[in-house]
Design a protein around this ligand. Sequence first.
Ligand SMILES: O=P(O)(O)OC[C@H]1O[C@H](OP(=O)(O)OP(=O)(O)O)[C@H](O)[C@@H]1O
Ligand SMILES: O=c1cc[nH]c(=O)[nH]1
Ligand SMILES: [Mg+2]
Length: 211
Amino acid sequence: MRLHVADHPLVAHKLTVLRNKDTASPTFRLLVDELVTLLAYEATREVHTEPYRITTPVTETVGVKIADPRPLVVPILRAGLGMLEGMTRLLPTAEVGFLGMQRDETTLEAITYANRLPEDLSGRQCFLLDPMLATGGTLVAAIDYLFGLGARDVTAVCLLAAPEGLKVLEAAVGDRVDVKVVVAAVDERLDENAYIVPGLGDAGDRLYGVV
Ligand SMILES: O=P(O)(O)OC[C@H]1O[C@H](OP(=O)(O)OP(=O)(O)O)[C@H](O)[C@@H]1O
Ligand SMILES: O=c1cc[nH]c(=O)[nH]1
Ligand SMILES: [Mg+2]
């Protein structure tokens, strides 16, 4: 597994506003969108391309285009949905699939309640979107799900990760070199309720809950 932590003052600035408990849903959604677009630039660094011949006003030349099969972007509902527009802005030709997963707040186990994905993911580059990597249970289950459908190249784009969750992920998928995690920041720890500290609270509620 490879981990990339964004190191950019704009990311740090936007993340600070996002963390602030006084930032209301409309601004929160806007900032998530902007942050994902910044992270998407790094997450798509290894997107497959193929040569593409064009004619400029001056001459013929060979450029590149995103290769077939198209990449697949998979937001993990609910909170991952807030990251979809920011990602597809950079990858407009990507196919979009959905995984609905919820962490049981007592057992902390991730439960899959919905999926709408292509049947065969062999040869597809997959981008999982979920703002929070806390215990890692959700992301491990999501990656296993995609691998079960044949995927072998998965990049997870997250806003915040806890060191505990990264360890769990490393133990689960560490030997798979084609699993990459791109995060805006790695926080300090998890609290007694397995919330990320300092974190930003419940990402789903802040995106779609009470303003
Ligand atoms: O790493 P984990 O400990 O598994 O926790 C992280 C998960 O928890 C949150 O989702 P939640 O279950 O709250 O669902 P929601 O997006 O519908 O709010 C978050 O968006 C992740 O999916
Ligand atoms: O800090 C956390 C942990 C899990 N899910 C969230 O939304 N926030
Ligand atoms: Mg939630």
